[in-house]
Every structure is written in C-alpha cells, then in structure tokens.
Design a protein around this ligand. Structure first.
Ligand SMILES: *Cc1c(COP(=O)(O)O)cnc(C)c1O
Length: 394
C-alpha cells in the first residue's frame, strides 16, 4: 500500500452509511438488550450471531463493527476482534492457536505479561513454552518439535528493539504447519504489514498509538482466512467485548494515526540521532539506526518507525536513574506509550530473559517521544543526563 492509499484508507475504512446514517462517525450505541419486533425477526437475527445483525450487546454494535472493519482493511486481513486491552488480545490470539499438550515458541524479547501468561496460565493448561533468541531467523527450525503449534513474534521487542525476521520464521512455520501470532503494536497497522509478511494473527495494543491519547484500554486481533473463525470463536467463548464508548475513541484515534505517527517518527529520529553522540550514552536501540539489531530487516519489512526506543547508559545502576528521571520537566514516568506525551521509564530487561543473555554497562531507559517541541525535549534530556553524570561516578 502506498502512503497515499494508506492515508485515504485511514479516513474511509469501516464507514458504512447504514451504520452512520449519513453523519461522519457512527453513533455510540450503548447496548445490552436489542429488541425484536416478532418471533420471526428474533429467529432471523440469532441464526448467525457472527453476522452483523443487532442481536445482543456483547456481540457488538455498529460502533464496534466500524472499528473492527477499519482495522481489518488496514491490516489486509479476513476479520478483526476487539478486546478490552492489548494483553487480552495477545492472550486470546494465543488461545485460538493452542490446545493441551502443545509446545509453543515465544520470542525472548516479548512483552512481560505475555511471558507471565505462558509461564502461568498456559503451563497450567498443559502447554509448554520455549523462549527463543529474537534474532534467530530461519534457525528457529532447530527448536521445532512434533507438537509445536504456534510461534509468537514481537518485532521489534518493545524494550530491547531487536527486529525479527518474520518472513524467514514464517517460511519455516509454513513447512511445519505452525501458526504465527504477531504482537505488532510498535509498528502499528501503518508501518508493519504483519499478515502480508506471514503472520496468521496480528495483534495491536490499541491502547497505544491507535487510541493515541492515553485515555482508553483497547486491543485488537486481526486474522487471515485460515484463522479468523477460530479467533472469533475464542473471543466469543471468553466473553470478550469492548464498550461502545471505547470503540468510538479508538476509531477517532485511528483517523489521525497517519499524521500523528509522522510527527512521532520525525521527533524520535531527531532525538535518537542526537542521543547517539551523547558522551553518556552507550547505545541507542532504535530500529531505524544502522547500529540497532535487525536494522536491515527493519529497512526491508517496515515502512516507517515510531516514537518508542531505548537508550543504554555507559555506567551506573538502576537506582541511580532517579537522579535523571525525578526532575524531568516533560518526560514523565509511566507505563504504556503511544499517547501524544513524552515518557521515560527505567526498565531492566535482564529479569525477563531466559534464551538470550542481556548485558549492558549501565541501565536501560525506554523513551517515548511525544508531540512536544523537540528543542524542549532535548533540553530536558540534556539536563537529566547532566544530573546523572554529576551524581554518578563511573
Ligand atoms: C502495551 C503493550 C501490550 C499490552 O497492551 P495493554 O492495552 O496495556 O494491555 C501488549 N504488547 C505490547 C508490545 C505493548 O507495548
């Protein structure tokens, strides 16, 4: 898809006159019970609960359907299910692929709650998880067993930013009839065509860039033809549903995703390149920088970069980062990202790794570059780094 086609799709995708009644956005349909006028109508509407008939609030209304269809179109998938959080979407996507007795492979760079789900819930269900080095590529073949059912990729990892070779992993998976779930949150549907690169289900924490304003929790999972029915059945079985209010906010965020991302991208690249030359910085992990692991794969497979990346300091330890972060003016500390505001978060990858070793001379801090003026942001970072080097001796 060219940039122009993408921008047009962002504006028009999921808009249907029978849902919007001629206004721009679908109304917020708050619903549980839907009323039927006759026995015959009730029978007709419940016949196929997956058809877009108003039937019961849990199965959605035009507000949720408009967002589902918009994401499906951008992802080029068969269909999308919405979830009350990104975590719920990742976990339902995994559950759609596995059964008791299966073996699954998860990237060592995966989002921490994905690991917790595998190590706790899935283990209890009799599913064994093996973690793999995110840079493994086609060598993932050596980890495949007779009962391997699914591979989870997260590219890039949202803390350490290794870009994964999804096409190579997918080629192996296809040969062994294994499913691929991609946590595609960093790249968004605009910059990372996960389904086209070989994933069967592409998940987004819409809480991040799609919502874009730090005011909703929302997740989506979009599947290809092979997996959509299983995904939908899994979501229905788990009773997953999203409020019409949150779906409307998600849709509103989606419409401006293109312009917001361009600005996040530009601001982040400028600051990442500037930080690269800073005397206190050991390494900048940003997929669009040549020194970042998997940069060549990023250039091949992604159509852009977003506002989230990490820096690794040359010396010191995690408690020392208080000198840096405590008095920041614009970079506030907080979980999540993808809103319009800048964030900073010291976060140690070491405890959340088992297949690949993490070592760094100093602490890692994850930055989300927001839409503020970049001069203000750089001054804020410069002052923070100065406080750090004044207080911490190598
Ligand atoms: C934030 C995030 C999630 C979880 O999304 P929530 O909406 O916070 O549950 C999943 N994967 C990645 C990569 C994320 O950054």
């Amino acid at each position: 898809m060219s940039d122009k086609q993408r921008d047009t799709k962002l504006v028009t995708a999921g808009r249907r006159k029978e849902w919007t009644h001629g206004i721009v956005n679908p109304p917020v349909y708050r619903a549980s019970t839907c009323l039927f006028d006759s026995y015959a109508e009730m029978r007709e509407r419940v016949k196929d609960p997956s058809a877009r008939h108003l039937f019961y609030g849990r199965k959605g209304t035009p507000t949720q359907w408009a967002l589902e269809d918009a994401i499906t179109e951008l992802e080029n998938g068969e269909g999308t299910m919405l979830f009350p959080s990104g975590v719920a979407a990742v976990n339902a996507a995994i559950l759609a692929c596995v059964k008791t007795g299966d073996h699954i492979l998860i990237t060592d760079s995966a989002y921490d709650p994905t690991r917790s789900f595998a190590n706790g819930f899935l283990k209890k269900m009799g599913i064994t998880t093996e973690y793999y080095d995110p840079t493994i590529g086609a060598n993932i073949e050596s980890l495949i067993k007779d009962n391997t059912a699914m591979i989870l990729v997260e590219s890039p990892g949202s803390l350490t930013f290794e870009v994964q070779d999804l096409p190579a992993i997918s080629a192996v998976a296809k040969r062994h009839n294994i499913l691929i779930v991609s946590d595609s949150t960093w790249g968004t549907p605009l910059y990372f065509p996960a389904l086209e690169l070989g994933a069967d289900i592409s998940v987004h924490a819409c809480t991040k860039y799609i919502g874009g304003h730090s005011d909703i929790m929302l997740g989506s999972a979009t599947a290809n033809h092979r997996m959509f029915k299983r995904l939908r059945q899994t979501a229905y079985s788990l009773g997953q549903t999203v409020s019409a209010d949150d779906a409307a906010l998600g849709l509103r965020g989606l419409r401006t995703l293109g312009v917001r991302l361009k600005q996040h991208e530009e601001n982040a690249l400028l600051i990442a390149k500037w930080l690269q030359d800073h005397p206190l910085i050991h390494e900048v992990r940003h997929p669009a920088l040549e020194t970042s692991p998997g940069h060549d794969i990023w250039s091949r497979d992604f159509t852009g970069s977003t506002g989230l990346f990490s820096i690794i300091l040359k010396y010191g330890d995690y408690p020392d980062t208080a000198h840096l972060v405590d008095e920041m003016k614009y970079f506030k500390m907080g979980f999540s990202w993808g809103g319009y505001e800048s964030l900073i978060l010291p976060s140690d990858p070491e405890s959340a790794r088992s297949a690949s070793k993490w070592s760094s001379p100093g602490p890692l801090l994850r930055l989300h570059i927001g839409l503020e003026d970049t001069d203000d942001l750089m001054k804020d970072l410069e002052a923070g780094l100065q406080r750090y080097s004044d207080a911490v001796k190598p």
